[in-house]
Design a protein around this ligand. Structure first.
Ligand SMILES: Nc1ncnc2c1ncn2[C@@H]1O[C@H](COP(=O)(O)OP(=O)(O)OP(=O)(O)O)[C@@H](O)[C@H]1O
Length: 326
């Protein structure tokens, strides 16, 4: 059974359509919702929580109807909002205990659950200090803890890595993975960075201007498409020419080559060319996606929920050049 199902979901504000005929089925697991700022991610979450009535269409969360069963949904779903909403003058412990009480836990259970959850997200002694003195990373952890404290079946995390430095981002992404793996809680996490969700999620949904661009398993993204960064100690251009000659789309970038993945054979072709030219391979890794690349790539055949009219590339989306120009 899908944890989230929408049919023709549409949200119009005066002068802007935030969601446009969105039809989507999301299975349990860690699901990334990706879109640029203003794509409609937060609006979708608010509708799914039953906090915002849609202009048209239907949506169900955990098989509950968002228009009639919002309260039941909010009992079973945790929500970490994008913006800071924490009281500065209470401690993390007081705040999370309060949120546990609000969701119906008795006082002792609320205190125990709050302590466990705060420890789980990595807040220890500092949890007794007022939130006003916390770093952004600590505040994000408090928001995450309050979303988990009532033991939900599903959590919505709206831009949990916002404002975090690289180490803080990695820590948050690791926490999200553990929520899924250790606690069996499904996660819907939003970001405008496809690269970071690709590392964390089982399934990615991409929306743009309120419309569905893609909904597919991460594996399908990473095995069939994308860009490899290939760096050799010397002989970059010789390798570029060999790969272009083998039919790959390749271009130089700095000391490296960017090679478009065209199925599994891409890796074999690179390996064979490196061996044949007797080069020293320094690195071959998948480049972090930029969302524009996805806009420029046609959806995989059979990708769930792809609108029949296909994907529109935004103006200026890059088309890789043919041949090799070193
Ligand atoms: N209450 C509102 N009234 C009017 N317009 C709104 C309202 N809420 C959202 N919008 C508009 O709807 C569009 C989608 O906004 P939304 O916040 O859902 O996007 P988002 O993908 O979450 O982006 P961000 O990451 O920047 O929050 C935007 O154009 C936004 O300005």
């Amino acid at each position: 059974m899908p944890i989230i199902a929408t049919r023709g979901l549409t949200m119009r504000f005066p002068g802007v359509t935030a969601l446009d005929d969105l039809t989507l089925d999301v299975e349990p697991g860690i699901v990334g919702l990706v879109g640029a700022n203003g794509a409609g991610k937060s609006t979708l979450i608010k509708i799914l929580l039953g906090l915002q009535p849609a202009s048209a269409g239907q949506a169900r969360v955990l098989d509950l109807d968002v228009t009639r069963q919002g309260e039941l949904i909010r009992e079973r779903v945790g929500y970490m909002p994008e913006y800071d909403c924490l009281p500065p003058d209470v401690s993390a412990t007081e705040f999370v205990v309060h949120m546990a009480r609000m969701s119906g836990l008795p006082p002792t259970a609320a205190r125990e659950r709050a302590a466990d959850t705060l420890r789980h997200v990595g807040l220890y002694e500092e949890r007794y200090r007022p939130i006003g003195g916390y770093s952004t990373g600590m505040r994000q952890k408090v928001k995450l803890a309050q979303a988990l404290v009532h033991d939900p079946r599903l959590v919505f995390l709206d831009e949990p890595t916002n404002g975090l430095d690289p180490a803080g981002r990695d820590e948050m992404l690791e926490l999200i993975r553990r929520i899924g793996a250790e606690f069996g809680i499904s996660v819907l996490v939003t970001s405008h960075l496809l690269g970071e969700l690709e590392r964390t999620c089982d399934h990615i949904v991409i929306i743009d201007g309120g419309r569905l661009l893609r909904s597919q398993a991460v594996e399908a993204f990473t095995t069939d498409s994308g860009t490899l960064v290939v760096e050799v100690e010397e002989g970059r251009d010789a390798l570029g020419q060999a790969l272009a000659g083998a039919g790959l789309t390749v271009r130089p970038e700095g000391r490296a080559l960017l090679v478009e993945v065209a199925g599994e054979r891409t890796f074999d072709l690179i390996r064979d060319a490196v061996v044949e030219l007797d080069l020293l391979l320094i690195r071959m890794e998948r480049r972090r996606h930029h969302i524009e690349e996805v806009f420029a790539t046609p959806a995989a055949p059979g990708a769930a929920g792809v609108p029949p009219q296909g994907v529109q590339a935004p103006p200026g989306a890059a088309v890789p050049p043919r041949g090799y120009q070193g």
